[in-house]
Structures are given as structure tokens and as C-alpha cells.
Design a protein around this ligand. Structure first.
Ligand code: ADP
Ligand code: MG
Length: 347
């Protein structure tokens, strides 16, 4: 467990140290290029080391196309797409799974079970009621009775079932439930982007989709390094982690999509037990071998708060900044965090 204090940030010094470090590594500095695109409702950045600008341009183009297709299939929309078609079925009616749903629903269900239902892939109707789908966000919470109606309709329980017949089929069992893969789809898109980069011969890269990151290979002779930021001072880096080849790190926070009403913050991460914004954490960070599960677990850990570190398991690094601003890291995370980097500029 680690407690951090509001120490002053020595930016000038940190910048100097960085500059010296950069000089020292200069002779073996790799060629580094970056591509950006607005996908999945966020700015996605792909940084590659050791590939030419043209090589990265082509690979990143393929990765962004793949991410956009995933977004189009899974974003909640009134016009038809895979998600809307699935949600259009009556409660209890089986739907054959296609496209990204085939892989994602079983994986989402696995995290729902393992997390003790703090991650739930079927909060869609609640998320819609709270108005967090897209900006502008509302200025006040919905009527209590409307939340209770959906909770009475089974929104917060376990209401998604899977069966194998010819292929995979799934169904929602309660009227309050609506499939919403928002807590896992970005991680899945990052994993697919990683595969695309490799198919195009880019083996050393960092993909950052607004808090969902995955590293491939190294940045020249050093690993890709990631700063974990302070949830209440986004300019400040709390600690730095070096990522291994293929490793993902995902952070969920209450500052992303939120509004304040009567001095209280309301945000887009809902506790299935209450149907309301989770109150146990300000931020949760998880690391793992794939961005898909890591994304789902970061949402689960955010909802569970510090006590959720037990469910995460001993091998998977997890860090929670609780509602009082205290940091709780499990042993696997503590081993990986470089707290001395506090105050350093984020990569
Ligand atoms: P972000 O998209 O801000 O990075 P997350 O990956 O944690 O954050 O996903 C947030 C989205 O997941 C919400 O917008 C909503 O669609 C959905 N969601 C909200 N609460 C939960 C929950 N308890 N379990 C699973 N998904 C959730
Ligand atoms: Mg998530």
C-alpha cells in the first residue's frame, strides 16, 4: 500500500533530467513517429519506434480503420448496427452472435463473473438514462423512480446468457438490461489495432486510446514507459511504469465523462448494485497481457474500489485511488511502479 502526499512538482528539474537522459541515449535513439486519429470517441495515438514514417502511416491507417469498424458495430445508435440489433430482440429471445460480439460477449461475461458483477456488460439502459452516452452531458441526475424502475427490471443483476447451438447465441433475460460493451470495446479495439500493426511489420509501437494503452516491443533500447496521472490534477504524474512486450495498461477515472450537481460529482461508471455512479474510487489502473480484459477489469476495479484488488488476483497489477485520494496498489503493481518519477512530464 502506498500513500502519496501533495508534494510540489519540480518540472524544471525533471525536464533537465530528461534532457540529460535523452543526450546519453542519443547514439542509439530510434527513429520515432506518431500518427493520430479521432476514433472511439477519443484521440487515438500510435507511436512507433524503428519504423519509417511511411511504414507507420500505412500500418496505422489499417489499425484506425479496424478500430472505426469496431466502433461502428458496437456504439449505441438508433440506426441499426450489431449492438442495436442485439438489443432489439425481446427479453428471453436468443440471438446468433456475429462479428465482434462472438468474441466479446463470452469475454465480457467471464469478467462479469470473476469480478463479482462490478463489471456488467448490460447496463445499457441505465447508461442511457444517466445520459452519459455522448456529450453534452446532463446537468442533473435522472429521477430516482426511473433508476428504480430499471433496477426492478433486473438492470443490475446478471441478465445475459450464452449458449452454443450451431454457433454461439446470447440473450438478455430481463427487461431492464441492455447490452453495452462500452467498458470493454476500447480495449478490444486496441488489441485488434496491435494485431494490424504487426501484420504490417510494425513490431515496436505504443497504442494509446485515451487511457487504454498497449505496448509492442520496445522504444529502441528501452521499454515503453507510461505515466499514471493524478485523477484530480491531470498534469501531474503519480508514478511511471515500464511496459513489457505486448502488455496493456488501462485506467478508468471519474473525470472522463461527468457533471457536478449540488456539489456532487456524477460520472459514467455505474455500480450495478445501485444503478448509480460508483462512489468507492476516483481512478483505477490495471495491467495485463491483453487490452480487452484489462479494460473490463479497470472498470470493475473502479466500481469495487480498493477491496476489488483481491478479486483481481495476485498476478495482475492493480492500483486504486480511493474516494479520499489514497493510493492502494497490490503487490504485483507495487513491484512495477516507479514512484520516484513523481512530477515528471507524462510521455
Ligand atoms: P472510458 O470509456 O471512460 O475509458 P471505461 O472503459 O471504464 O471508461 O468504460 C466506461 C463505459 O462502460 C461507460 O460509458 C458505460 O458505457 C460502460 N459502463 C459503465 N459502468 C459499467 C460497469 N459497471 N461495468 C461495465 N461497463 C460499464
Ligand atoms: Mg474499461
Amino acid at each position: 500500500m502506498h500513500w502519496f502526499k501533495g508534494r510540489p512538482v519540480h518540472r524544471g528539474l525533471a525536464a533537465l533530467v530528461l534532457a540529460v537522459a535523452a543526450l546519453a541515449a542519443c547514439d542509439r535513439a530510434p527513429e520515432v513517429h506518431r500518427e493520430q486519429a479521432f476514433v472511439l470517441g477519443t484521440l487515438v495515438e500510435i507511436t512507433a519506434a524503428g519504423a519509417s514514417k511511411e511504414e507507420l502511416g500505412e500500418a496505422a491507417g489499417a489499425a484506425f480503420r479496424e478500430m472505426r469498424a469496431i466502433h461502428n458495430a458496437l456504439t449505441p445508435t438508433a440506426e441499426g448496427n450489431l449492438l442495436a440489433d442485439f438489443n432489439g430482440a425481446a427479453p428471453g429471445e436468443w440471438t446468433a452472435l456475429e462479428g465482434p460480439l462472438t468474441g466479446l460477449i463470452p469475454r465480457a461475461l467471464a469478467v462479469q463473473r470473476a469480478s463479482g458483477n462490478t463489471f456488467s456488460p448490460h447496463l445499457g439502459r441505465l447508461v442511457g438514462l444517466w445520459g452519459f452516452r455522448e456529450p453534452p452531458f446532463p446537468e442533473e441526475p435522472p429521477a430516482e423512480a426511473a433508476v428504480e424502475d430499471l433496477m426492478d427490471g433486473g438492470a443490475g443483476g446478471e441478465a445475459l446468457e450464452l449458449r452454443r447451438s450451431d454457433g454461439l447465441e446470447a440473450r438478455l433475460t430481463r427487461p431492464g438490461a441492455g447490452l453495452d460493451l462500452g467498458g470493454i470495446a476500447k480495449g478490444y479495439a486496441v488489441d485488434r489495432a496491435a494485431t494490424k500493426l504487426k501484420e504490417h511489420g510494425v513490431d515496436n509501437a505504443l497504442i494509446n486510446a485515451g487511457g487504454d494503452l498497449r505496448a509492442l516491443g520496445t522504444r529502441g533500447n528501452r521499454p515503453w514507459r507510461i505515466g499514471i496521472r493524478d485523477p484530480r490534477d491531470r498534469e501531474r504524474v503519480l508514478a511511471v511504469v515500464a511496459l513489457r512486450d505486448g502488455e496493456a495498461i488501462v485506467t478508468s477515472g471519474d473525470y472522463e465523462r461527468s457533471f457536478t450537481h449540488d456539489g456532487r460529482r456524477y460520472h459514467h461508471l455505474l455500480d450495478p448494485a445501485t444503478g448509480r455512479p460508483a462512489r468507492r474510487a476516483r481512478q483505477a489502473t490495471v495491467m495485463g497481457p491483453r487490452a480487452t480484459e484489462t479494460d473490463a477489469w479497470s472498470t470493475a476495479l473502479f466500481v469495487a474500489g480498493a477491496r476489488g484488488l483481491e478479486r483481481l488476483g495476485a498476478r495482475q497489477p492493480g492500483l486504486v485511488i480511493d474516494a479520499e485520494g489514497r493510493a492502494h496498489a497490490n503487490a504485483a503493481m507495487e513491484e512495477r511502479l516507479d514512484w520516484r518519477a513523481e512530477g515528471m512530464a507524462a510521455p
